[in-house]
Design a protein. Structure first.
Length: 200
């Protein structure tokens, strides 16, 4: 299995790389955009949305990867698939999901000094095989101030709560699997989710 791991230049590549190596014998390529086809493509977490988007728009075959590979987006890698993010004053994203990324604060128009950096519950509301053998409620590590706060019956598969606001912690649409938390930094349940993704 060939896996492309995308490094925007600001992400924590080592943690996801090491987690994947623990799970399964796979070939991992980092920013090797000369190769047109990969079985899986992972957009890792950590970074600034504007910088991430500037990097992604320069990638050869990006559209081909997005159509023909299984995609995992983690944290900021989750945000890039939305219409736009209010981080950095409305940054345009890839627009695969026609909704915006907002602050998870009581007033979503202003910056919050209280980011969600903690272990938090992930509550499964709909089943998919990437969730195989996971409990309906499990804890994962989060590190973010922004997220998707709309609940869509077609795309929302798990939710979490912060600042008394419910936000999507897992969204699935077609071949794209988007998680707000960091499974690579979490416990056995995070590694199980990564293993399920690799087995899709």
């Amino acid at each position: 299995m060939n896996v492309l791991l995308i490094n925007y230049g600001t992400s924590n590549i080592s943690s996801i790389f090491n987690a994947l190596k623990k799970i399964k014998k796979i070939k991992i390529f980092i920013n090797n955009f000369k190769k047109k086809n990969y079985d899986k493509v992972i957009f890792p977490g950590q970074g600034h949305i504007k910088n991430c988007m500037n990097f992604l728009l320069k990638i050869n075959y990006l559209e081909n990867y997005l159509k023909n590979s299984y995609i995992l987006g983690i944290c900021i890698g989750y945000h890039i698939f939305f219409q736009k993010s209010i981080e950095n004053i409305n940054t345009n994203c890839l627009n695969f999901i026609k909704e915006d990324i907002n602050l998870i604060a009581n007033n979503c128009c202003y910056y919050t000094s209280n980011p969600n950096i903690n272990w938090n519950n992930v509550n499964i509301i709909k089943y998919h095989k990437i969730l195989k053998n996971l409990p309906l409620n499990f804890k994962q590590y989060f590190m973010h101030s922004y997220s998707s706060i709309f609940l869509n019956q077609h795309f929302s598969y798990a939710t979490s709560i912060f600042n008394n606001i419910i936000f999507n912690s897992i969204i699935i649409k077609e071949n794209k699997f988007l998680v707000q938390f960091h499974p690579e930094k979490s416990n056995k349940h995070g590694l199980l989710l990564l293993n399920n993704f690799l087995n899709l």
